[in-house]
Design a protein around this ligand. Structure first.
Ligand SMILES: [Fe+2]
Ligand SMILES: [Fe+2]
Length: 181
């Protein structure tokens, strides 16, 4: 089966109806979205656990207060690392052809918004580690809620923009190998 894809001259704005992808082409073009979705599901799980356990229910899972705070901090570090890797290695290549991955465009702007929220989480965790008597479930949940919407929107939009139907507009199957992910 050929891995050649139709050459598309139009920009993303001038949508044209493209022929349906074969199952082979779809698998190839959708590989990045699939990989990204895997990472995002893991990060969402960590976020939801941090939120759920904030009311003290971490004890039901045999966690101490300290290990709960460590798990929140770990989520913060995992998400930060995920975005740092994207910005250092993946986005620059995508941005060569895809405007949404460029500086000050959708995805990097979303990362910045999310990180304002992560900074709040970091401050809260530090303060509660220093003085556990000051712990308030609502403070932790407010910090997480402060970026819930931008986080979930971003995670979904990134997967959508890496999906087969979008990727095919910018890349040949051969050129997908150039994307370091
Ligand atoms: Fe991502
Ligand atoms: Fe991202």
């Amino acid at each position: 089966m050929s891995s050649e894809t139709p050459k598309v001259q139009q920009t993303a704005e001038e949508e044209e109806v493209l022929p349906p992808l074969t199952p082979f082409q779809h698998t190839k073009y959708n590989a990045l979205a699939k990989k990204m979705q895997y990472f995002h599901s893991y990060l969402q799980g960590e976020f939801e656990q941090a939120y759920e356990f904030a009311d003290g229910s971490y004890t039901k899972r045999g966690m101490s207060f300290k290990s709960y705070l460590n798990s929140v901090d770990q989520f913060r570090m995992h998400l930060t690392m995920h975005h740092d890797i994207e910005e250092a290695h993946v986005f620059p290549k995508l941005a060569e052809r895809m405007p949404e991955f460029r500086e000050n465009e959708r995805h990097k702007t979303s990362h910045k918004l999310i990180h304002d929220g992560l900074d709040r989480v970091e401050v809260a965790v530090k303060a509660f580690k220093k003085d556990p008597t000051k712990y308030k479930p609502e403070t932790m949940r407010e910090a997480l809620d402060s970026f819930r919407e931008p986080l979930y929107t971003h995670l979904a939009e990134e997967v959508r923009d890496l999906s087969a139907e979008n990727m095919r507009k910018y890349w040949s199957i051969e050129d997908l190998k150039l994307i370091p992910m």
